[in-house]
Write a protein that binds this ligand. Structure first.
Ligand code: GLA
Ligand code: ZN
Length: 677
């Protein structure tokens, strides 16, 4: 879609459900789409029941009409396969398609994203449907992408999943002895003698609700980790089966499925590698920090290897499912659309085009509201942005973000560190990532996200917050990176375990002690109403969540704890290894600390902000060989000013600027400064 020759501009449109409406309405939709500058629609996301009314009957008559109408109107199509919600008749006839939840509840027909990934019925009929759709519409040259299913997620522990889990384990471990070793089953008399003795990890086996706060816990992290991997792989297999069926018929149409940013349930590091391009749905809460959606965009871009991604969905006005469905204030839809582009999106797409009349999304906003006319604030804002995107044309498409800093974000690590029983309930992987990300974001220093398996050699600074799991070869990669001059920063609760959640013996952090030049002997959990502290460059900062009690083994201390029996022992350290440097942060501190500490590290490494800007004014840069686009986004409710370094022209207003000129932005204003390199 986004690298296709068929695309000459930032595609603008989104989920369109004409099958919910009578035909007269469709023509009015076409008129309104043209008016708003809509040039792409995502069709057919939830139409399985319409397309296959019974086992042997397929009926494409309505979809044919819709496809023809859309093509006649010059609108491109992101074509979904409709497999995210199975038909009721299928559930009645083939109950194996229904999921069984972790508490043993076997679902009846209902909701969506509801099929068991190991159901033979689901696999057979989802692939059959994708195949039929591809065969029928393969010659529609306005199809720019395949959109398989929708927001995959959830879990199943049914009999078919149990069988498939055993096969998955045989494939991974070969022998039952190896499974026992990986899961440490000599603990609590858990030794398995036959794969048939194993069931998925759920609330009938190893999981339970922790009696103090109800949070889910497991007795056997190794097993739960493997079940989580298996579940992600099972669902991924469904995606791959449909993808391969589509590819056979239309090898040149790229295939995606819409991801959900920091969605924990699926191993996106693995999933993204199976997709032609990565796409995702952005629904920030009204009180989200500006850094939150920015981090989502960056993580998605990282999953796609740094290539432009696709903003598949956002609401033009309001969602129906937030706790408080606040309206996007005037200018915010535009601002957030440009924020997506500023972080690497080559599309701006909405859920949804026309607000539905019934069921749970009827109060979710749409380009066309219940009033049915163009006379709404949301429609006017959509139209104005449509006009701007038309004028921008293809200029930005394909440009990249060049970051010198990478943050490691690894899904398997996320699962493992939050599954741990101890050392504290306050372990939260994404919030640990976010304190580092936010400090860099607030300074307008671009950040890439990389998985633990990805190459890091091109970066100057790699930050690995709470990288609890040391995957095979990871420490060696970091050792080489640092020896070759890289700067590495990691934190408390890092490097403890291998891929099976078995502790790497010999003192924490196992294989990374020589890199960090320290040994962590113990870690003190700090309850939420208490705090330790340390002094960095004359200012006192808090030490929360965990305080590592460590010994220097080559590293130098930068700061020490002020309180407790470990007062005077190191909390922040710096080590030299080969040509590089390694920092260790043995605790969680405050936003002010990270701002200062990371500014100092970046200065030392000559990593500069794209531009210096006031707080809440975001600046990013997308570029290709000869051109640079500086995005300046004013998130404030007041006007703002930013000084440019180089001359350039604002492609939204045509205003030309000289070096050192000041760009003035209205509240929620945006500038995109194009300059030759
Ligand atoms: C998700 C789904 C859409 C719709 C929107 C509503 O992103 O993909 O089908 O439910 O949420 O916000
Ligand atoms: Zn199942």
């Amino acid at each position: 879609m986004i690298e296709s020759k068929k695309v000459k501009k930032i595609l603008y449109g989104g989920d369109y459900n004409p099958d919910q409406w009578p035909e007269e309405i469709w023509h009015e939709d076409m008129r309104l789409f043209k008016k708003a500058g809509i040039d792409v629609v995502t069709l057919n996301v939830f139409s399985w029941a319409m397309l296959q009314p019974s086992e042997d009957v397929y009926d494409f008559s309505k979809l044919d009409k819709i496809m023809d109408l859309v093509r006649e109107n010059g609108i491109k199509v992101c074509m979904a396969t409709s497999t995210a919600a199975h038909p009721a008749w299928m559930a009645r006839k083939y109950p194996d398609i229904l999921r069984e939840e972790k508490d043993g509840l076997k679902r009846r027909f209902g909701a969506r994203h509801n099929s068991c990934p190991n159901s033979p019925t689901y696999r057979k009929y989802s692939v059959a449907l994708a195949t039929k759709i591809a065969e029928r519409y393969k010659d529609y040259d306005n199809i720019v992408a395949w959109h398989v299913s929708n927001e995959y997620g959830g879990e199943c522990v049914c009999e078919n999943c149990a069988k498939a889990f055993r096969e998955w384990l045989k494939d991974r471990y070969k022998t039952i002895e190896k499974v026992n070793e990986a899961w440490n089953t000599s603990f609590w008399s858990h030794t398995f003698y036959d794969f048939e003795e194993i069931f998925p990890s759920d609330f009938r086996t190893e999981e339970f609700h922790y009696y103090l706060d109800g949070s889910p816990r497991t007795n056997f992290q190794g097993m739960t980790l493997d079940y989580t991997r298996f579940n992600s792989d099972s669902i991924l297999e469904c995606f791959k089966l449909e993808r391969d069926a589509l590819k056979k018929i239309t090898p040149d149409i790229p295939v995606t499925t819409n991801l959900m940013g920091w969605y924990k349930g699926l191993d996106y590091n693995k999933w993204a590698k199976e997709m032609d391009f990565v796409s995702w749905d952005n629904y920030p809460n009204y009180n989200a920090t500006n850094a939150e959606p920015a981090s989502f965009h960056d993580v998605i871009r990282g999953l796609g290897g740094g290539k432009p991604f696709c903003l598949m969905e956002q609401t033009p006005g309001v969602t129906n499912w937030h706790k408080y469905c606040r309206l996007k204030r005037p200018g915010v839809m535009r601002l957030w659309s440009y924020q997506a582009i500023a972080h690497g999106s080559d599309t701006v797409m909405f859920f949804q085009m026309r607000r539905s009349q019934g069921a749970c999304e009827k109060y979710h906003s749409a380009v066309i509201d219940h009033v049915g006319t163009e006379d709404t604030r949301v429609f006017r804002e959509v139209t104005e942005l449509g006009e701007e995107l038309k004028n921008i044309g293809d200029r930005i498409l394909g440009t990249r973000i060049n970051s010198k800093v990478a943050i490691v974000a690894d899904w398997e690590n996320w699962w493992a560190c939050e599954m741990s029983a101890g050392p504290t309930n306050l372990i939260n992987y994404i919030s640990e990532i976010m304190v580092y990300y936010t400090a860099l974001y607030n300074q307008n220093i671009p950040v890439d996200f990389v998985g633990a398996d990805d190459d890091i050699s091109k970066y100057s600074l790699v930050i690995a917050p709470m990288l609890y799991m040391n995957k095979d070869g990871y420490d060696e990669k970091v050792r080489n990176f640092v020896n070759n001059g890289g700067c590495y920063l990691t934190t408390y609760f890092s490097g403890y375990v291998d891929e099976n959640d078995r502790v790497i013996l010999g003192g924490y952090p196992g294989k990374q002690k020589d890199i960090l030049g320290i040994w962590v002997e113990e870690s003190d959990a700090i309850p939420p109403d208490e705090s330790n502290c340390f002094i960095y460059k004359g200012t006192e900062y808090p030490a929360d969540i965990l305080c590592d009690v460590m010994h220097l083994q080559g590293a130098k201390e930068i700061s020490t704890y002020e309180k407790e029996f470990y007062a005077g022992t190191p909390v922040l350290t710096k080590n030299k290894l080969g040509d590089g440097t390694v920092y260790y942060v043995g605790t969680r501190s405050s936003e002010e600390f990270y701002a200062t500490f990371l500014r100092d590290i970046c200065e030392e490494l000559f990593i500069e902000p794209v531009l210096n800007a006031p707080r809440e004014v975001e600046v990013t840069c997308r570029e290709n060989e000869d051109t640079r686009f500086i995005f300046i986004l004013n998130h404030k409710d007041t006007s703002s000013e930013v000084r440019l370094k180089k001359p350039g022209t604002d492609i939204l207003t045509g205003i030309e600027y000289k070096a050192d000129d000041i760009v003035k932005l209205d509240k929620k204003g945006v500038a995109i400064i194009e300059s030759r390199k």
